[in-house]
Design a protein. Structure first.
Length: 76
């Protein structure tokens, strides 16, 4: 009876450890991004034609750094 109780205790411990490991393996921690740089001062060119509006430039996260996306004219 004592051997059966010892095996049961080991099995419970093993199952608890497996449950903790499987739960923690599903966690995803996103790395901390550096602060976004100051916006770039853009000179807005003349509109290509009536009916266009200016979309100002912005920074986009490119996996491991901030990349500047320049402004552009977009039809309305």
């Amino acid at each position: 009876m004592n051997v059966l109780n010892l095996k049961s205790t080991k099995l419970r411990g093993l199952l608890a450890a497996a449950l903790c490991a499987s739960t923690l393996s599903a966690c995803y921690v996103e790395p901390v991004r550096p602060a976004e740089p100051a916006p770039v001062a853009e000179v807005i060119p003349a509109a290509p034609a009536p009916g266009y509006r200016w979309v100002k430039g912005h920074y986009r996260w490119e996996g491991n750094h901030w990349a500047w996306v320049p402004g552009h004219w977009r039809p309305v």
